[in-house]
Design a protein around this ligand. Structure first.
Ligand code: ZN
Length: 267
């Protein structure tokens, strides 16, 4: 693995890429998508913050944009804004004084995860008053579109509606600018160059996918990759994922995309 990491470092530096370590979480309820249990979440955040500085995603984006070093930074993100974030993850982040970004599908505020035909568990999405209750010094709110649909297949007008309406709704609700976006489902096939263009024109500064990897660049701010820590990871395995030892999966993802013709399967 060390050989891979060194080789990858040389190739990526030559390509002008910098480290972009963004953790991705979804659910904290048993049966939920990529569920992480409360005590494991705490352990993961403690292990990561002992070795890296956990920074707001916006700061990581600014550093990438300006070419500043991102070697010691990790950003934490959570998709879907389930109530279990409010009840389980938020108190831990507050207690450990760690910033995170929460991506909200605005059409589902105060409703359920009905964008899945048959969700394994029915999860509540946070209400408007819960979103307003979050301390902005801890949680930055980003958009996860309105209806949580794959954006790649929509017309340009429909994409514009999804990204503009969700941004306006959140800005009105929170009274703060919303500049970060997470693609629904987020795999390679779920967004296009046009989607990225619409986001830029609408006023977003960056967007995250669910693609795996630890490198990004100023040119790639609208297709940032993320890393998932698994529930069973030992501290050494967590740090190894953050070190980029699992980035070889990016190659497998491309092969998979060609094979399945890009049918999304993640949330
Ligand atoms: Zn989602």
């Amino acid at each position: 693995m060390l050989g891979f990491r060194r080789w990858q470092g040389i190739v990526n530096r030559a390509r002008g890429l910098r480290r972009s370590r963004i953790l991705m979480y979804h659910s904290f309820t048993p049966g939920g998508w990529r569920y992480i249990e409360r005590s494991i979440l705490r352990k993961q955040l403690e292990v990561v913050s002992a070795s890296y500085e956990i920074v707001p995603l916006q700061r990581l984006v600014d550093d990438l944009a300006c070419g500043r070093s991102t070697d010691r930074s990790v950003a934490v993100t959570i998709d879907d804004a389930y109530e279990d974030f409010f009840e389980i993850a938020y108190p831990i982040l507050e207690e450990l004084h760690l910033p995170a970004t929460l991506f909200v599908p605005t059409g589902y505020i105060g409703k359920h995860n009905d964008w899945e035909a048959q969700p394994p568990v029915r999860l509540n999405v946070m209400s408007g008053s819960q979103l307003r209750e979050l301390d902005p010094a801890v949680v930055t709110i980003g958009s996860h579109s309105v209806r949580h649909r794959v954006l790649a297949g929509l017309t340009r007008q429909a994409v514009e509606r999804e990204v503009r309406q969700s941004r306006e709704q959140l800005q009105e609700l929170l009274g703060r600018p919303v500049t970060l976006f997470a693609y629904p489902f987020g795999e390679l096939a779920t967004y296009t160059m046009q989607t990225q263009e619409v986001l830029r024109e609408t006023g977003y500064r960056a967007a995250v996918s669910t693609r795996s990897g630890t490198y990004g660049s100023a040119k790639g701010l609208y297709e940032l990759r993320r890393i998932e820590l698994h529930g069973g990871d030992s501290p050494a395995e967590m740090l190894s994922r953050l070190a980029g030892d699992w980035d070889w999966r990016a190659g497998r993802e491309l092969a998979n995309y060609a094979f399945t013709r890009g049918r999304p399967s993640a949330r």
